[in-house]
Unconditional design. Structure first.
Length: 141
């Protein structure tokens, strides 16, 4: 009977059988990863603010104070002690390609997109969505 993945004591033993030395290992090999490594995320929520600046002067989020709003959201999350591993991360992003919808941010893993106008909108997104898990329908795009 041939050697199978079930016969392997651990992932490394199977790798040595399936991919002997000098054989390039595949870039992805999720099938035999320990279950604790699958579907893990370093952050509970990851928020990306488009802070893109268009060199041609075209419509972009930076024209609407995106960097200031991102900095404000980051400071709110820190004040609430919600930043760090297993919590919430606020990041800048390049163009998210939704320029016509005003300044935008996206919350992952929820894949919820928002637009905003001022700090009150950011407060509502932080308080309702990031803290309480409720989508802010009036700002959702």
């Amino acid at each position: 009977m041939p050697f199978t993945a079930e016969d392997a004591e651990d992932t490394e033993e199977f790798f040595l059988f399936a991919f002997p030395p000098r054989t390039p290992r595949p870039l992805r090999f999720k099938t035999f990863l320990p279950k604790r490594c699958i579907n893990m995320s370093y952050y509970e929520k990851h928020v990306f603010f488009c802070t893109n600046i268009r060199e041609d002067g075209g419509q972009c989020c930076s024209q609407h104070g995106a960097q200031e709003m991102r900095d404000y959201a980051k400071s709110r999350i820190k004040k609430l002690d919600l930043n760090g591993a297993g919590k919430i991360r606020i990041n800048s992003a390049g163009c998210l390609d939704r320029c016509d919808e005003g300044p935008v941010l996206v919350v992952y893993p929820d894949a919820v997109w928002y637009t905003y106008v001022d700090k009150e909108d950011i407060d509502e997104i932080v308080d309702q969505h990031l803290v309480n898990g409720k989508v802010v329908e009036r700002l959702k795009i």
